[in-house]
Structure formats: C-alpha cells, structure tokens
Write a protein that binds this ligand. Structure first.
Ligand code: HEC
Length: 734
C-alpha cells in the first residue's frame, strides 16, 4: 500500500513519476485483518433475536467454549402458576412443543435461503379462565437457547459457543404476557385468534413484542401456535452484513408451537431427548480413505490446535471433523475455505489452494450422509507436508529485538518492527522463511524493504507508545527515501518501502523465481509488519525471519515491483446529508488527518487516470467503481500479482491489453476478501513488452460495511478510507 508520508512534499503524482521509477521487490503474500467470524455473529444474532424472550443471568464462567458441542438436553425451570378461582392451569409439554427462529440468510457463493432452527427446551404455565377469558394469565416462559439446533451442525456449534463464551446462562424469557382479543367465553374444539403482548428480554435489552396466537382448547390440553417478528437491530445486534461468509436480514420470525397439559390430570413430561439427525446415512465416502486426506492436505495446517484458524474450528482428530461435518460442506462448497479468492478467469496461478470439484463433492457427500466415521473418534488428523516445499538457507536470521504483546481490547493489531540485516556490502536476498512466534495470534506477516533513512525513522518511532514497534494499518509510513525509488519521484507516495515478501499460515519457505532476488544496499533494513488477531489474552510474540542471500556481484536477476494506483470516489448513500458527505468537507477532513497529501493524492490520481468525480459517481446507489490504464514500464516477465483495497472492496481485476483481441486477465477476484489478500504467483511467467496496456479495475459496495461513518470516501490510508492499488512483479529482460 502506498501512502502519504507526513514529511513528503506535497507533490502531485504524474504519469512519468508513476511509471518511470518502479520500486523493486519480489513475491508478496498478504492476508489482512480477521474480524470475528461471521458464523459466530450470525448465530449469535439469530439466537438473541430468536430469543427475544430469553434472559441471560450469571452462571459459573465456562472457559472452554470452543468444544461446545456437549449440550445437555434438560428442560429449564420456569416459575409455576397457581390457579385462582375459575382458572385452570396448563403446563407446557416440551415433548410436544417447540420454539423456532427463521431468518433470511445468504451464504457467499450460494443462493439466498432461509435459516431456521428450533429447540424443545421450553417451560412455562398458562392459566385459562373459560368464563372470563380476558382475565387469563400467561406465566413466565423460559427457553434454553443452547439447545437450538438447525440443519447445519456448524451453525449450531456457533450458537452454543457464543453463548458459552458470553459466560451467561443460555436461558431467555418472555414476561408480562397480557391477553387481548378473546371472546366472552370459550368453546372446546374451536380455534380462536388473539394476541399476547409482553416483554422479550435478551442481550441486556428488553423489547416489547406482540404475538399473534391461534389456539384451541381440547378436552385434555391447550394447543396453539404463536408468531411474532423481531428486529435484531432492536436488540442491539446486526443486521449481519459482513464481507465474509454469511449475511442475514434484520427480521427474525419467531414461532412457538405449544401443547400445554393440565398437571392435575397426569404428569406433564419434563424431559426431552437429544435431537436425532433425520438425514439418511446410506453410502458415504470413507472418512479414512477419502475425507481425512483432503482435510490433512488442505485444512490442518491452519486448523490444528495452536494454528491461526484453531480458535474458529480446531481440527486435531476425526471427531473434530465429524462434529461440524455440515459446516465443512458449507465452507468448501461456497469456496470460502481454504482461503483463495482468485477466480479461474485469469492466467493459471501457481500453488492454487482451491479444492478440486472432486474433493468438494467428496466432502459434501460425506456431510450429507451425516459425517460418519470409519475410524476411532480420536484418530489424529495431521497436516501433510508439501511435497513441493523448497529449502531456504538461513544465511541471516533476524528476530524482533523484544517480544511484543498487544491487548485483547484491540483484537486486530497491525504492528511494525524494524529488522536490521547488517549488510556491509550490496547483497541480494533470494529467499526467506518466516517462523511465527505465537502461531495462533498471527494472521499474516508482510516484509518491506526500507532505506537507511527510513530505518532511522522507524527506530525513533519504535517504542513511542511504550511497546516495541509501532502501530501501522497499511504500510510502515516511514519518512525518507524508498530504497527502490532513488529519485523519490512519486513524492506523494513515499513511506511505503518496498513490499518484498509475505507470509500466511501454512506457507512454506519461499525463494524468488528463476534465480532472481532483491538488491539491498548497506544500511538498508526490513520492516516486519505483523497482523495479530487475538482470541485470548495475548502471549508475547517474537517472530523470526531467515534470509537466503548472495553477494551483490552474483549473477542474480533483480526483480522490479510495479504499483498501479487508481482514484477512489465513494459518496455517502443517497439521502445521507451528514456534513462529511460533502466531498470538499471530506477532503478537508483528510488534510486535517493526514496533512496536505490527504487531498492531493486523490486529486493527482484523478488527473493521472483522466477521471472526473462527477462522472464516477453519477447514479450512485451504493456500488462505486474506478479504473485506470497504465503502460507496462519495461519488457520482462510478470511473475506475480496482487490487489489491494480496504474492507468495502467488492471486486478487483487486472487486465492486459483490454479491449483488444490479445486481451488477457492477469488476476480476477470476484468477491474481494480483505482478510485474504494474497500475492498470486503465476504458474508460467507472462512475457510483456514495454508499452503494453495494463488496466486495473476496482469496485466497492457500501452495503458490505453498512456501519461505516457517513463520509465521502477517497483514496487514503486509514481503516475508514479506501484504496485501489496493485502490485505486480517483473523480472526485466536482459
Ligand atoms: C490459510 C489458513 C487456512 C486454511 C488452509 C483453512 N482455513 Fe479454515 N479458517 C481459517 C481462518 C483464519 C478462519 C477464521 C476466519 C477468517 O479469518 O477468515 C477459518 C474459518 C473456518 C471455518 C469457520 C469456523 C467457524 O467459525 O464457524 C471453517 C468451518 C473452516 N475454516 C474450515 C476449513 C476447512 C474445511 C478447510 C480445508 C478445506 C480450511 N478451513 C482451510 C484459516 C484457514
């Protein structure tokens, strides 16, 4: 990511500057911020909303929430009513009753559907007065939320986990029910429609609700069905709309199907059975021979305990897989896991993490059959080694000078550290190996090449807030010459350093392709940028980077990194009149935040790309786009490419020779995912000639993050700004 340096003279980027002096670098892998998982949020929202009537009171803290699949199917206790003159008390029979939630749900890559789940963990009394029905009473109704189950055991596990993590009792309640609309007397066998108004308590909030009830009095029982619609947002939750896996609507429909019995005429059941899976088992792929190898080869490197995905789903044994078999099918069929956002539209990419259709079919068939195991539950699932892994010599090993720990209060923590390789003569870096200190905290690592001046600035900034390193969301933001741009021509964009390497969990040591490398001058240094994501109190981390080097006189081919940029013009939603929705006011605010470059970069990019804000935003209803054409600055072989946007990003594409019969898509990302910004190495280097056109196109969608503050968004560095930015690596001819 490029970004304005506070010290940079306000200069406007111009075409020569952007193209004439490309920084030099190598392959980069990136994967940014990991917000809390959408499943969890969705499930929590669904539960809370569905549980309009659930109160959460304190119980003993339950710490081990991750394995939350052991639910006890016990009927909760509810206060009992005592009949007053003229009344008959009916008690809810949980074996014949259930509470159901239904919410519109859209899973990435699948058509929208309706998610629903139900529980029989329900208790409560009703007192009916047949001669004076309007005086009838509805006692407190208590529901056990942890028992909610749906057609997806991952969704269910999430519901339970989030409840247990909330350290509160998974009970909720409906109180103060007042009956209205009943006739003067009630006849057996006849159905009546009426309402019950009362309070739903959940998520620390109480919302009034009105149930529409259809009920019939039978000789031995009271039967009825009650329905209401609750807004999640009224309970302070959602609507869930995140860039990741799942989004839901705001309205949740709640239904209570109740049968209540007269306790004086016989015992009312107070026990329920655990739900039985209704799925047919039939012929399923073998776990041992078909399923386990897919999981070991594609999932365990990130999901084994202690690895980055283990807080979300821990995969150590066969039982861990069976527990969320439905979820494995959901996340793989949708393409959400393993993380690999690039589509097949572009040129073939190396080391693709995409599962083959055959593997997906196997996982789905196994899930449909109920996730059966043909091995013992505790059979280990261990990550298989990558047969293509390369060896990297550890010629220089660099370590953070001190261990660093952030805080659970800022679960997404981007931190930069200067690493000094101590080169006393020009040296090529030809390969690297990152060894994360605390694996489960590290979502990704990026490595920047910085100049001696920038290193000095970094050392000054390091520790200024009392902890090692400094906070950096995008790039290191250091002042001084970028090592790969000796002329500092693109002055508005200095401070970035050269993004030369990166690491995501599961990645093996890397060498730059085809005998190439990054040239370091004496005094040059590295910035290690770590994206920490904390699920627990942080353990201090000390990550190391080993470099494979050659002397600067060796026959190594230098790599150049080219950074096309495009302007960003994203207005507020139509009708939003907040002060910063005015473009001029927003630019002025950016100047206040970032100095003069806060406005000049956008102005320069508009000019560079020949665009006008009025044309870019005409007819805007939530989705914005930007495009910019560049000339390839030198002949050579493109070996890798990546895109960069922030969290409103929707799609990204790089196209060579657009609109000609030689057109070729270099990289296509149809569902931008801020969490998984990878650098993609091409399977076969693509030869390009100086002067060929390369077009970058970005789109953004405000509905991906509907809670962004009301502000007109332009190209800038902050989390609430956006970018349209790319990095591609060329090995120049000759
Ligand atoms: C490169 C690391 C990586 C690989 C490989 C990977 N995952 Fe994940 N997975 C994650 C991370 C990290 C998350 C948390 C969400 C996020 O950050 O995007 C996650 C989330 C999940 C979830 C959601 C769990 C929940 O919270 O409900 C499931 C299920 C999952 N992964 C299954 C798989 C399966 C199945 C595979 C293999 C086919 C796989 N993952 C491969 C890193 C990985």
């Amino acid at each position: 990511m490029t970004e304005p340096s506070g010290e940079a003279e306000p200069a406007q980027p111009d075409e020569t500057a952007v193209e004439a002096d490309p920084p030099r670098g190598g392959t980069v892998r990136r994967a940014l911020r990991s917000p809390l998982l959408r499943w969890g949020a969705v499930a929590l929202a669904v539960v809370v909303a569905a549980g309009g009537w659930w109160v959460w009171s304190q119980v003993e803290p339950i710490v081990s929430a991750v394995h939350a699949s052991d639910v006890s199917y016990v009927v909760p206790d509810a206060p009992r009513l005592v009949a007053r003159p003229g009344e008959t008390v009916y008690r809810i029979d949980p074996t014949q009753s259930k509470v159901t939630y239904a919410v519109d749900e859209k899973i990435v890559g699948q058509s929208a559907g309706r998610a629903s789940g139900s529980t029989q963990g329900i208790a409560g009394d009703l007192a009916l007065n047949r001669e004076a029905p309007s005086t009838s009473r509805v006692g407190e109704i208590v529901v056990d939320v942890a028992q909610l189950h749906s057609d997806n055991n991952l969704r269910d596990a999430r519901i339970r986990q989030d409840f247990l993590e909330s350290r509160e009792q998974p009970l909720a309640r409906f109180t103060g029910g007042a009956v209205a609309g009943l006739p003067a007397s009630i006849t057996e066998g006849q159905s009546y429609r009426f309402t019950i108004d009362g309070d739903l308590e959940a998520h620390g909030r109480t919302v009034p609700v009105s149930w529409t009830v259809d009920a019939t009095l039978q000789p031995d029982r009271l039967e009825g069905s009650a329905t209401t619609v609750v807004k999640m947002s009224d309970l302070g939750i959602g609507p869930i709309s995140l860039a990741g896996l799942v989004s839901t609507g705001d309205d949740v429909t709640l239904t209570m199907d109740l049968v209540a019995l007269d306790p004086s005429k016989g015992r009312v059941p107070d026990q329920i059975a655990a739900p039985v899976s209704t799925r047919a088992s039939g012929s399923a792929p073998s776990f041992e021979h078909d399923v386990a190898p897919i999981l070991a080869g594609n999932c365990a490197s990130c999901h084994a305990s202690g690895q980055v995905g283990s807080a979300h789903w821990q995969l150590d044994t066969a039982a861990d897989a069976a527990r969320i078999s439905d979820g494995i099918a959901t996340v793989t069929a949708s393409g959400y896991m393993p993380p690999w956002p690039a589509s097949d539209l572009g040129v073939p990419l190396a080391h693709s993490k995409k599962l083959s259709q055959q593997d997906i079919d196997t996982l789905v068939a196994w899930s449909r059959a109920g996730g059966p195991l043909d091995v013992a539950d505790d059979t280990p699932v261990v990550a298989t080694a990558n047969p293509d892994a390369v060896q990297v010599r550890h010629d220089v090993t660099l370590e953070m000078t001190e261990p660093y720990a952030g805080s659970l209060g800022s679960p997404n923590d981007y931190r930069c550290f200067v690493l000094d390789p101590g080169f006393s003569q020009p040296t090529y870096v030809t390969g690297y190996e990152v060894t994360p200190g605390v694996r489960e905290e590290i979502h990704h690592v990026q490595i920047f090449h910085i100049s001696a001046e920038q290193a000095a600035d970094g050392r000054t900034r390091s520790g200024a807030d009392g902890s090692p390193g400094w906070s950096c969301y995008g790039s290191p933001s250091l002042s001084g010459r970028d090592p790969e741009r000796p002329g500092g021509k693109l002055r508005g964009f200095t401070g970035q350093g050269g993004l030369i390497a990166g690491w995501v969990p599961g990645q093996d040591p890397s060498v730059y392709p085809d005998g190439s490398g990054i040239l370091f001058q004496p005094g040059d240094a590295l910035v290690l940028q770590v994206h920490y994501h904390y699920e627990h109190d942080p353990t201090p981390d000390r990550t190391t980077v080993a470099l494979q080097t050659e002397t600067g006189t060796a026959a190594v081919k230098p790599i150049d990194i080219i950074n096309p940029l495009a302007p960003v013009e994203i207005p507020c939603m139509p009708g939003d009149t907040a002060p910063l929705c005015d473009r001029g006011a927003a630019l002025a605010d950016n100047v206040r935040l970032y100095g003069t470059t806060g406005a000049l970069i956008e102005t320069g990019l508009l000019r560079l790309c020949g665009q006008l804000p009025e044309l870019m935003t005409a007819g805007f209803t939530g989705v914005a786009s930007s495009t910019c054409d560049y000339e390839v600055p030198e002949s050579g072989r493109i070996v890798a490419a990546m895109g960069h946007m922030h969290t409103l990003g929707k799609t990204f594409r790089l196209t060579l020779d657009p609109g000609t019969d030689r057109q070729q898509v270099l990289l296509d990302i149809p569902e931008w995912d801020f969490d998984w910004q990878m650098n993609y190495a091409l399977e076969t280097p693509l030869h390009v000639e100086k002067g060929q056109t390369i077009r970058m196109t970005c789109t953004w969608d405000r509905s991906i993050d509907p809670n962004r503050p009301s502000k007109y968004i332009v190209f800038a560095e902050g989390t609430e700004d956006e970018m349209c930015f790319s990095t591609y690596a060329i090995i120049p001819d000759g």
